[in-house]
Design a protein around this ligand. Structure first.
Ligand code: 5AD
Ligand code: SF4
Length: 439
């Protein structure tokens, strides 16, 4: 038997890329590849790239440049670029960096086996189409390997919202939802392999409208279907848009026992003027009212969000409005970014905020968010939470898991296995995690 070929995948960006990389590894497994953790002994290197922020394309070119020596030593080594930079740059990648053999956009991963075969014949392979078929259905060549207790499952891809700063509608294409039965089958398969918590993924996941037995189903409908899957204990979803937060989804947060009390709902800014320029089609006030309704349905829910500071033409007053909104909501987690220009998006043409001013705003916003995050975490001390244990900790005998609120919780000297779901009393709060005691 010949040695298996080795595949090295480096993943950048969001959880959807992590999910896609797993699927790519599985499908190339069918071509005789096994994964390796090092590019040095690889027969194929794939960079699964992200284009959401910063100088993404330039970073990819400099990373590719580093493989020159390897390729010279090993002419049979194949190098591929996948993900959103592949989609955005296309053929340009092969022109600028001739050592690249394969360029594949996020909607074409099911075509990787043919593309790989083409590169083995010495040709270049490029595919950045937006085909109609469900790539995940074609990618389901998955071995029945055992899995950890948590997994991602992509249910929806693409976005029709066209926020003025964002590349996703261009790189991931129009919004497409997968049918309910395929998602349920995939969830059952994950559970058989040891998974107990599934995070449903989509760039705009709450716009989900996949085909169900009686017409299209909403995300809430899908969650209720998954709630019936035996052995699945927890459901989460990310990322959502405020305008797609439908009544049935809000209600599910109050009534669906497997749906966890944590919601990532990006608002981006607290200024109506900036929100309008961002093409967000909601206001700070409508967002606040929405959160009130969500909290009425599930009072203990922990909120999370995304913010952009230094969006073109953002004034001190606009930024203050963001700080005021954050002060009112108090996020348990939030991610804040300095605006960075994405060529081809409407905001790229507008007058930019001074970088020093934007840096200062980012620091102030992050300071406030960290304070709230810490207060919410500290308030968990003395409370009973339920923890899904995911791994061993740094210290001997320590086990680490996540509470329903997504806080990281560690317990010491506990007789508990990975995958166990146990009640824990929170006894301490550290910088990034909680200490607990099994009950
Ligand atoms: N600049 C800065 N942040 C951005 N994001 C998306 N595009 C940009 C950009 N051009 C942020 C948004 C989004 C998160 C995934 O990334 O906050 O919600
Ligand atoms: Fe990008 Fe999200 Fe806006 Fe869609 S809703 S354009 S993915 S920021």
């Amino acid at each position: 038997m010949s040695e298996p070929k080795k595949l090295y995948i480096k993943t950048y960006g969001c959880q959807m890329n992590v999910y896609d990389s797993e699927r790519m590894a599985e499908t190339l497994g069918g071509q005789g590849y096994v994964e390796t953790q090092s590019p040095d002994d690889a027969d194929m290197i794939l960079l699964n790239t992200c284009h959401i922020r910063e100088k993404a394309a330039e970073k990819v070119y400099s990373e590719l440049g580093r493989f020159k020596g390897l390729k010279a030593e090993k002419p049979d080594l194949k190098i591929g670029v996948a993900g959103c930079v592949a989609q955005a740059e296309g053929e340009e990648i092969m022109r600028r960096q001739p050592l690249v053999d394969l360029v594949v956009g996020p909607q074409s991963y099911h075509r990787l086996p043919e593309m790989e075969a083409k590169t083995r014949e010495g040709a270049k392979a490029l595919d950045t189409d937006f085909p109609e078929e469900d790539k995940f259905e074609k990618l389901k060549n998955r071995p029945k390997a055992k899995r950890g207790p948590t997994a991602f499952l992509t249910v929806q891809e693409g976005c029709d919202k066209f926020c003025a700063f964002c590349v996703v509608p261009y790189t991931r294409g129009a919004e497409v939802s997968r049918p309910v039965d395929r998602i349920v089958r995939e969830a059952q398969d994950l559970v058989e392999r040891g998974v107990r918590e599934i995070t449903l993924l989509g760039q705009n996941v709450n716009a989900y409208h996949g085909a169900g037995p009686n017409g299209d189903m909403t995300l809430a409908g899908l969650i209720w279907e998954l709630n019936k899957v035996d052995g699945l204990e927890r459901i989460r979803f990310t990322t959502s848009h405020p305008n797609d937060m439908a009544d049935d989804l809000i209600e599910a947060h109050g009534t669906c026992e497997k749906l966890m009390p944590y919601l990532h709902l990006p608002v981006q800014s607290g200024s109506d003027r900036i929100l309008k320029r961002m093409n967000r089609s909601h206001t700070a006030e409508s967002y606040l009212r929405l959160i009130e309704r969500i909290r009425a349905a599930r009072p203990d829910i922990v909120m999370s969000g995304d913010f952009i500071v230094g969006f073109p033409e953002e004034t001190d007053e606009d930024f203050q409005a963001t700080m005021d909104l954050v002060e009112q909501i108090k996020y348990g987690y939030a991610y804040s970014f300095k605006y960075s220009t994405r060529p081809g998006t409407p905001a790229a043409e507008r007058s930019q905020v001074d970088p020093g001013v934007a840096d200062d705003r980012l620091q102030r916003l992050q300071g406030l968010i960290t304070r709230h995050q810490r207060e919410i975490q500290d308030a968990m001390v003395g409370r009973k939470v339920r923890v899904l244990f995911e791994k061993t900790g740094r210290l001997p005998g320590q086990m680490v898991g996540k509470s329903e609120y997504l806080h990281s919780v560690h317990v010491s000297d506990a007789d508990v296995e990975i995958g166990a779901l146990r009640d824990v009393l929170i006894i301490g709060s550290g910088a990034n995690s909680l200490a607990g005691q099994l009950l």
